[in-house]
Design a protein around this ligand. Sequence first.
Ligand SMILES: [Zn+2]
Length: 428
Amino acid sequence: MDMKPYIGVWTSRNEMLQMGFKEALRFYADCGITVIVEGYGAYHPEYYKNLRYPVVERREEHPTLEEVRQMAEEVGIEVEVVMDPKEGPGVRKYPETAIMDVFGNRSTLVACPSNPDVQALTLARLRDLLENNDWVSRVEFDGLYIDMHQRMTNRRGQPPALYPLHHLAPESCFCEYCKAIAREEGANMERIEEAVKEVVKVSLEPSYEAFLRISDTFRGHYDVVRYFLGRPELLEWIRIRCLILERAFEAIYETIKSIDPKVKISHDMLPPTWSWSLAQDYRRHRAYADNFKIIFFNKRTGSYEANPLIAIKDADPEIPDGDIMDLFSRLTGYEGPLSLSAFSQEGFPPINVYYELRKAREEVGASFPLIAGIVGDAPARPEDVEAAVEASAKGGADGFCLHTWYGHTTPSNYAAFGNKAREFAKPL
Ligand SMILES: [Zn+2]
C-alpha cells in the first residue's frame, strides 16, 4: 500500500456493527480517514502454554481482524492493531500482578509492566498477533505507564489527593520487581520509600488547612524547584520510575523488531505536562517507538480531569471550587474557565493542545513523528475538533487520530476531523 497521510480513527465495534462494517468503512474513507485502529481477539493456545497464568482459548468474533482488514483495504484504509499492556492476566483475579503503592495496596485496575508474568503475557500476545497476521505493519500500545489508576478517564471514586503532592510524590509502583530494577539503577529505595510515604500521607488527607498550606506556597513554577530541593528523593524517584518503565518499552520494541523490523510501533503517551507522573519520558522512550500518539481527549480532558478535583472538594466541602481550579491551572498551565462545572463541561481549550505539542516536539526533536489524539464525541463540536487539529498541527503534529469514544462521535465531527486533518497530515 502506498504511504498515505496518517489520519486515523479509533473505531468502535458497536458503531461499525450498527452501520454495517462496509458502510462504516466507506463513510470513514469519505471523511478522509486513512487508518483505523482495531483490536485483536484471537488466542492461539500454543503461544500461552508456558505462562504462569492460564489464558482461555478464544475464537475471534466475526468479522475477524483479517476480515476487517480485507474490507478496509477495499476502500483504501489501513488497519493498525491496538494492544493494552496494562491488562495482564487480570488484576482482580491475580492481584499480585497489579501495581502496588508505597503502603502495599494493590491497584484494582492496572497491571505492573515490570512483573515478569505480565510482561510474558504482553509479549506472547504480540507474537500471536504478528506470527498469525503477516500483513500487520502497525501496532499501537494503549498506554504503557505506571499508575494505580487508569489515567485520562479518571474514574469517580478514587481517594482524594492534593495536587501537586499527588504527582510530585508518585505513590507507585513499589512491587518487588520495580524495586529490584530501581536498585539495579542505583536508587536508595529505603530513603525514597520514606520520602514518598511522608508526602503521600499528607496528600491523601485533604482538609481546607492542608489545601491552603499548599495553595499559598505553590504560587508559580519556581516553587516546585524549591520543594524538590528539600526533598531530592522525590525527584530521584520520578527519574528512576522512567528507567523502570524503559525496561518494558525495550522488551516490547525488541520483540516486535525481532519478528519483523518493518512493523511500526506507536505508543500512547499522556501529554508532556503530566506524562512524567506516570513514568513516561518522551526523550528517553522515543528510542523504543516509531511514533508517539499523544492522547489529548481535548474537551473530554475536562470532564475526566475534573473527577480527582471533585474528590478533593468532597473530602472538605469548605475548600472553594475556584481555589481548587486556580491551583490546578497554575500547576498545569490550563487556560480555561475557572469553575469546576465549566471545566468538566468545556475541558481544555485548543490552545493547550498547541502548547502540549510544542513541549512534546521539544523533547523528541524535529524528525520523530508525533500523532495528535483528538477527541470526537460530545461535548466536542465540529468547530472544536477543527480547532484542536489546527492547534496541534501548528504545535508540530505530523499525524492525527480521532478518538470516537466507543461510537459517540457525531458524523459531522468525523467529517470536520478528516477535512481539517487532510490539510496537515504527513505520511508516517
Ligand atoms: Zn511494579
